[in-house]
Design a protein around this ligand. Structure first.
Ligand SMILES: O=c1ccn([C@H]2C[C@H](O)[C@@H](COP(=O)(O)OP(=O)(O)OP(=O)(O)O)O2)c(=O)[nH]1
Ligand SMILES: [Mg+2]
Length: 149
């Protein structure tokens, strides 16, 4: 499924390429850092990183901001609020909250690929309050309830 996604390059990102899928069937498009200058994230620190774009998602969709496994495995850098949620009615700049869980400072260069964005359909729920829920075989079992003898 391919959806049209309107994107606006913001003033501080006009010279950067748009995010793009890096392989034929990539699920996420890589987001670029629109930092004006290299940004150093100290071990244990976090940063709100601009991407230089704003988007208008179609109704009933969201965009999830997810970490890149390469940054996580090599540098311990991940997305703090993963998966970040971009609402379809949000028109502000897409930003990425990176956290450095590694033991070395991590430098975010302008135009570097810091995270990926996955567009997904979303169901909204209408709450119907009831006194009893229908019974199931699982019932209230959870948190490792299966697999015991
Ligand atoms: O990683 C993220 C997460 C969110 N947002 C933007 C888009 C989203 O639509 C908006 C609000 O996000 P969220 O609902 O997660 O944050 P909140 O703390 O609940 O803020 P708000 O009260 O504005 O909803 O912030 C980003 O740019 N990046
Ligand atoms: Mg919110």
């Amino acid at each position: 499924m391919t959806l049209p996604l309107r994107v606006r390059r913001l003033a501080h990102g006009l010279d950067l390429p748009l995010p793009s899928y890096q392989s034929e069937e990539a699920a996420g498009m890589d987001l670029l850092a629109a930092v004006e200058a290299p940004l150093v994230i100290a071990p244990g620190a976090r940063a709100l990183v601009p991407t230089g774009i704003a988007i208008a998602l179609p109704p009933h969709t969201e965009a999830q901001v997810r970490p890149r496994s390469g940054l996580a495995a090599r540098h311990g850098v991940t997305v703090l609020n993963t998966p970040g949620t971009i609402d379809p009615d949000y028109r502000g700049e897409v930003k990425v909250i990176l956290i450095n869980l590694g033991d070395e400072p991590f430098t975010v260069e302008r135009g570097s690929r810091i995270a990926q964005m996955v567009v997904a359909p979303v169901a909204r729920a209408e709450l119907i309050e009831v006194n009893e829920l229908d019974e199931t075989r699982r019932g209230e079992g959870g948190f490792g309830s299966t697999g015991h003898h």
